[in-house]
Write a protein that binds this ligand. Structure first.
Ligand SMILES: [Zn+2]
Length: 420
């Protein structure tokens, strides 16, 4: 074994030196690294002031980063000190949080790893139990969340996420400017939405909001109207387009399935093809679609009308949007497409929330990408009971704070944080 001085240098815990290292001959044996504080004055666990008045000592261990293939356990005789200000306190150790069983640097490693692999995998990788890894991850995420600056987004999103069997809904509040989840609650009632808007946002944050992007769910609209009377509601484009696709699908059913066996055979298996957007259909599929339209002109008309709805979000002024919608509805005349007419009425009823996009260009793509990420995280965390943990994981996944080597280094060398 090298000199103790070399070992102290390799261990790299400021203020501590290595006393001895114990392990057996196996290439992957666990090392017990006994360390001792430099000097005879010990910081108080309450205020941090150093004192030499020691009452008793107790041996404690912490798991630490491995040395090559050897997992490492640090062994240290922690003092109980008699502080002039605080009384009898446990000595503060700088390399770990109070009560933690792993060092802070190992906690950071586990925490970062857990964001890209299952907890069980990260636990095996770092030679700790599943419970230790999970607690480390939670402390890591909590620490990250506490240190973040509170943002005041202009646009927020209030959306429902449908998960699992038996109508389980979640209401999600998100910052759609930066693309991050802010809070999450089970259920999608007006009370839940109101609680989200009042409890998850500070008064300052509420004051900064100019627009809320949401779907046409009535309880949400009521909650937004009551809590944020000055913010405008912008309807989520993808929800509106979903209604348009449903109308188109109804036309397909009407034209093929209720029109006899020959037509039915023609339209079989074309549902997903028909619901796709023209610009995403290529090659032979495009020809298939064209054949379908040759067989039925009304379906073609309905398809074209659906494609045009996109233009609702291209106008700069509200009269422009209204003009376009009027033109769209006029084009329906004499077409005998009752489903599309109903869609037109629906769009007309919700024109305020659609046209509000002119003044508040919410980033719909961000809204969509948040929803996709949430679904992926919830699917992976299906067994997770801990609500706070679930929220922290969602926040991390949508904020993705590690984008460069420098970000990663900042996380792995996070500085200790004390309450005083
Ligand atoms: Zn003290």
């Amino acid at each position: 074994m090298g000199s103790r001085r070399d070992c102290t240098w390799i261990l790299g815990l400021p203020g501590f030196r290595v006393e001895s290292i114990v392990g057996n001959d196996a290439a992957t044996s666990r090392l017990s690294v006994r360390i001792e504080r430099l000097g005879r004055r010990y910081p108080c666990g309450g205020c941090g002031r150093r004192t030499g008045r020691v009452r008793s000592t107790k041996e404690r261990t912490w798991d630490d980063l491995p040395w090559a293939a050897h997992p490492v356990t640090l062994v240290y005789r922690q003092r109980r000190v008699d502080c002039r200000r605080c009384g009898i306190r446990i000595e503060r150790v700088e390399f770990a949080d109070a009560k933690a069983r792993v060092t802070r640097r190992l906690r950071q490693q586990i925490g970062v790893d857990c964001q890209s692999m299952p907890t069980s995998h990260a636990a095996v990788r770092h030679g700790v139990s599943w419970g230790k890894a999970r607690r480390a991850e939670k402390a890591f995420l909590g620490d990250w969340d506490r240190r973040r600056i509170t943002r005041q987004p202009r646009h927020i999103g209030l959306d429902e996420i449908h998960r699992g069997k038996g109508q389980r809904f979640w209401s999600v509040l998100s910052d759609v400017v930066h693309g991050e989840v802010m809070d999450l609650r089970q259920d999608r009632s007006e009370a839940t939405a109101t609680a989200l808007l009042t409890e998850a946002l500070t008064a300052r944050q509420r004051g900064a909001i100019t627009a809320v992007c949401t779907d046409m769910h009535r309880p949400y609209l009521n909650a937004v109207g009551a809590v944020l009377p000055r913010a405008e509601t912008v309807f989520d484009k993808f929800h509106v387009l979903q209604h348009a696709s449903a109308a188109l699908d109804e036309v397909r059913r009407q034209e093929f399935f209720r029109a006899g066996a020959i037509m039915r055979e023609h339209g079989r298996g074309k549902r997903w093809l028909l619901l796709r957007r023209w610009k995403t259909v290529r090659g032979s599929k495009r020809r298939e679609l064209q054949a379908l339209f040759t067989a039925n002109r009304r379906l073609f008309k309905a398809y074209v009308l659906r494609e045009q709805i996109d233009r609702l979000w291209t106008y700069k002024t509200r009269p422009g949007v209204l003009n376009f919608l009027n033109g769209w509805i006029n084009a329906l005349r004499w077409q005998r497409l009752p489903e599309m007419e109903r869609l037109g009425e629906f769009l007309f009823r919700h024109i305020d929330g659609i046209a509000a996009y002119c003044d508040h260009p919410v980033r719909f793509g961000v809204v969509e990408s948040i929803n996709t990420t949430i679904k992926a995280v919830l699917r992976r965390a299906r067994g997770m009971r801990d609500e706070r943990m679930r929220l922290l994981k969602l926040k991390w996944a949508t904020a993705h704070p590690i984008r460069s080597a420098r970000d990663l280094a900042a996380f792995l060398t996070a500085q200790p944080q004390y309450s005083n």
